[in-house]
Structure formats: C-alpha cells, structure tokens
Design a protein around this ligand. Sequence first.
Ligand SMILES: [Fe+2]
Length: 146
Amino acid sequence: MLADNLKILLASTETFSLKSRNFHWNIEGSDFPQYHEFYNSLYTETYATVDIIAEYIRVLDSYAPGSLTRYAELTIIEDQTKIPRAELMFAESLEDCMKMCELVAGMFDVATQERQQGIANFMAELQDLYSKKAWMIRSILKTDRE
Ligand SMILES: [Fe+2]
C-alpha cells in the first residue's frame, strides 16, 4: 500500500519537476530574471527528492518505476506540452503544488499507520516544500491587496 503510494509520488514528482524545468526554460515577461530563477529552484528542489522516494520504494522491497510510460500511467500531475504565458504557468504550478500537498499529507497518514516513521517524516518535509512554494506562487500572482 505505502509502496504503491510512493510509486505514484515518484511519477508525480518527476512530472512536476519536468514541467517546472519546461517553464524555467520558456517563461517570458518583464520579470523574466526572477521568474526564470524561481522555476530553477522549483525544478532543482523537487528533482532532488526523486532519488530519495525511489530508494524508499526499494527499502519497502518493491521495484521503483523508472520509465516514461510508467510515469505517464502513475502521475497525478498532468503533462504540459504547450508554452502557456507566465500567469498561466504560475496558476498551473500553484494547482500542482496543492495536488502534491494533498498527496503527501495522505501518505503521511499511511506511513504512520504502517509505522514507517522515516517515510512519514519525509512526507512532512515534502508537505513543507510544496506548501512554501505554493505561498511564493500565490504572492507572485497577487497584483493588488484588497
Ligand atoms: Fe537553467
């Protein structure tokens, strides 16, 4: 059960990270340097978690999926084949961050039930990572204070 969830998380993280790198390369606008840098951090920091997730799958004595076909089957994050304008990129990344938060919050509970405290800890760290990124994107998207 937990290993299956970790496979979904692995595929979703790969997709999230790939999409962030796509946006890092292709974003445009007057705040380009900051946007480009933000997406650099987003893909780097999320990509850094991929190997840890895969190795936890192995710790649980299951095999880690490592192919694009399997990722496409397992991911909860939708692929983006177009180049949206900056605002739409951020809106999409915000939605994806919230999906990742939801996923890891549920997995924290599963890990705790299965007495996998290390994995539960790591899920808590991931929830922190994605909720902080969501806060930053909300702040980027905010134009005026009501
Ligand atoms: Fe770069």
